[in-house]
Design a protein around this ligand. Structure first.
Ligand SMILES: *Cc1c(COP(=O)(O)O)cnc(C)c1O
Length: 375
């Protein structure tokens, strides 16, 4: 239930399509569906369920908190936390059968005395992104030994993350080579999961010879990881954002709109008020962009407020007319390009004040409004 006509629609059929296409294209036995950050704003439980139906074999998130929420809904699925957790929280992860990462030798030394329930652990290698991960072969050797020596740890995975799988192939190749050098003394076949590829690598690079799994994020949502590269097949954007006009008024030439009076009508004209604003993640940067009404483009005028924004319209439009702010005509990626940002950031920004409606098999099956429930 929701009482304001602003909502996001998530077409799970499109997520299903994207996951199955990418899984076939990438050719890995195992595929992590990356559903961190509430599935990039789409809704973690619904997306995870659809991705698993479509062939994903594992779920991956950034935080232990996110993993614990998923565990309440997926009692048997394999869940990996891709970010570092506190040593003090290993027992919590283990109790809920959540796999974690070992990202640093100091962390491993601090964790070496862990003696709670057994849990799966993946070593994270830094092969050139210089973010999270073990960078040096000596530390890897020592860390691996420490983990092996503690029977509470099931060292089952090894992975790295690419900085430029969507562009600079020289750095991509250097990361692959570094992975091989770092793991030269490690028997990779003894590990259940070796994973390197993100969306960009799965779409734009050939299969990494050492890997048997990939971690699929942005492309699962139908959003291209790179603005510049041609996709090997069409992705279907699952996310759309809608609202309805709540009021229409006539502006006379010379009248202003909104805070700061940044828009002045250059002729007599009609404007419509939309009930969404920056508190919904419809950020002030959207000022001056266009929205879709019945297949046509109309400009937003004046500043975006916390709860409202204003669109310039024509007489064909009535109170109650639906407005699509992000959809098939004005895509998430186009809007992100307009704003000098990336599609990832745009979908993550749409706040939980916006209810999500879910479509599957061509019809609406459920909705989520976090104002009323935390389920
Ligand atoms: C977010 C994330 C991914 C997914 O990346 P996409 O570009 O969205 O496919 C994969 N691996 C790690 C470690 C991540 O943090």
């Amino acid at each position: 239930m929701f009482y304001r006509d602003t909502w996001a629609e998530i077409d799970l059929d499109r997520i299903y399509h994207n996951v199955s296409m990418i899984k076939a294209h990438a050719g890995f036995e195992s595929l992590f569906a990356v559903v961190k950050a509430n599935a990039y704003g789409h809704g973690d439980v619904e997306v995870a369920r659809t991705a698993l139906e479509a062939g994903a074999t594992h779920l991956a998130v950034a935080l232990l908190d996110e993993a614990l929420k998923l565990r309440r809904h997926f009692s048997d699925s394999a869940i990996l936390v891709m970010g570092p957790i506190r040593v003090a929280d290993i027992a919590v992860a283990a109790t809920h059968r959540i796999a974690i990462i070992a990202h640093d030798l100091d962390w491993i030394e601090a964790a070496a005395g862990y003696s709670g329930p057994r849990l799966d652990i993946h070593i994270k290698l830094d092969t050139g992104m210089n973010r999270v991960g073990i960078k040096c072969a000596e530390q890897l050797k020592r860390g691996t030994r420490l983990l092996h020596n503690n029977p509470a740890f099931n060292l089952c995975g090894l992975f790295t993350h690419f900085a430029t799988a969507d562009g600079d192939t020289a750095l991509y190749q250097a990361q692959l080579a570094r992975f091989d050098r770092l793991t030269a003394d490690i028997d990779l076949s003894a590990l259940t999961l070796v994973h390197q590829a993100n969306s960009a690598a799965m779409l734009h690079q050939s299969k990494q010879p050492q890997s048997n799994a990939g971690r699929l994020g942005i492309a699962m949502y139908g959003l291209p990881p790179s603005a510049d590269l041609k996709l090997p097949f069409e992705l279907q954007q699952a996310f759309s954002l809608h609202s309805c006009i709540t009021q229409i008024k006539q502006l006379h030439k010379g009248e202003m709109v909104g805070y700061g009076a940044t828009y002045e009508a250059d002729t007599d004209q009609l404007i419509g008020i939309l009930p969404l604003g920056y508190a919904d993640g419809w950020l002030r940067y959207h000022q001056g962009r266009e929205v879709e009404i019945r297949g046509q483009r109309y400009p937003l005028v004046g500043r975006i407020c916390m709860d409202q924004c204003v669109v310039r319209i024509d007489p064909s439009i009535e109170v109650g007319t639906q407005v699509t702010l992000l959809g098939d005509l004005i895509s998430v990626t186009d809007a992100a390009n307009d704003l000098n940002t990336i599609n990832y950031e745009l979908v993550c920004s749409i706040s939980d004040r916006v209810p999500r409606r879910y479509k599957r098999h061509g019809r609406f099956i459920s909705e989520r409004n976090d104002r009323f429930s935390d389920a």
